[in-house]
Design a protein around this ligand. Structure first.
Ligand code: ASP
Length: 323
């Protein structure tokens, strides 16, 4: 039997609904452990439960803890894969962080649930089982960190939470899943382009994320330029454009050598230097803004945080965002 390390970190998959108030919260016992006997028929399971947090409480510290646990087992050898259970709100950020930083061909699967353990139609235990099935499948090797929920297999890079409550919330806009889970099988139909790993030991840089809107001015950018930030990601308009009134504030940040990465607030497509009007992508790139190659804002933020651990050289950061 394969040896799978299960890392329980919290989220709805580990919570219970209070029947009278209908509110959902963690409890001292993790419901996934009640059914440990069943999954132990599928693999030799080692449980790790470093914390039990709703995922809005996850910070870079917890991401590093998860990475360190994975690397501890990788260094020991004698392991075949990992399954991480996590709250869905920030699941894509932890998944992409691990995808960028953990060097292994072994399957790393991350999963969660939209309905807590005792709700009607709960998806937690089902997603947990299908994640274990994926982790023991030989075809899951060499595909980077995978997100498995609702019978679909997504890459950490492309997946995003798209719905507040629906079970099919995890989608990969523009690209779709790379595989599906059926009753009997785990079927991959695409092979992802893997990104080069960035070896880091900590996640210490402060990177902020702001979203552009019609009529936006420089106020937020001026405030940010007075804060002690290391980088900024802007979710720009359309193909990568900003209202012209933002430009003085952006210049103040660039003058302080704060790297700025541009993504689009559109969830399909990438930003490019197409428009040459004031505030257009051509103008922003000429000012020194880095254009990202298709990540959403929250993932570009994780990538900039990771990149800044190894360089603050504009050309090197630019090259990383072109991958
Ligand atoms: N708010 C919860 C969390 O992210 C939602 C979930 O787990 O699905 O922890």
């Amino acid at each position: 039997m394969k040896k799978i390390i299960v890392i329980l970190t919290g989220g709805t998959i580990s919570m219970y609904e209070d029947e009278s108030s209908k509110s959902v919260k963690p409890n001292r016992t993790n419901p996934l452990l009640n059914k440990a006997d069943e999954i132990e028929k599928m693999a030799n399971i080692v449980f790790e439960a470093p914390f039990n947090l709703p995922s809005p409480h996850i910070t870079p510290n917890e991401m590093i803890v998860i990475k360190n646990i994975i690397e501890k087992y990788l260094n020991q050898g004698d392991v075949d894969g990992f399954v991480i259970t996590h709250g869905t709100d920030t699941l894509e950020e932890t998944a992409y962080f691990l995808d960028l930083t953990v060097q292994t061909d072994l399957p790393i699967i991350i999963t969660g649930a939209m309905r807590s353990s005792n709700e009607i139609g709960t998806d937690g235990y089902y997603n947990f089982l299908t994640s274990i099935r994926t982790a023991v499948n030989d075809d899951a090797r060499g595909k980077g960190v995978l997100v498995v929920l609702n019978d679909e297999i997504h890459t950490a890079k492309n997946v995003t939470k798209t719905h507040t409550s629906n079970l099919s919330t995890f989608q990969s806009p523009q690209y779709g899943p790379i595989g599906i889970v059926t009753k009997k099988d785990i079927l991959f139909h695409h092979r992802p382009n893997l990104e080069a790993k960035i070896p880091i030991k900590q996640l210490s840089k402060r990177v902020e994320l702001v979203k552009a809107y019609a009529g936006m001015d420089s106020s937020l950018f001026h405030i940010l330029s007075k804060m002690n930030i290391d980088g900024l990601v802007i979710e720009a308009l359309g193909q990568g454009n900003l209202p012209p009134m933002c430009l003085p504030g952006i210049k103040a940040l660039l003058d302080k050598n704060i790297p700025i990465v541009l993504v689009s607030r559109c969830f399909n497509g990438i930003v490019e230097d197409i428009y040459a009007y004031e505030g257009g992508g051509v103008h922003l790139k000429d000012m020194g803004i880095i254009l990202s190659n298709g990540l959403n804002g929250q993932k570009a933020r994780i990538k900039l945080q990771v990149a800044l651990e190894i360089t603050n050289e504009h050309g090197q950061i630019d090259a990383l965002f072109l991958q």
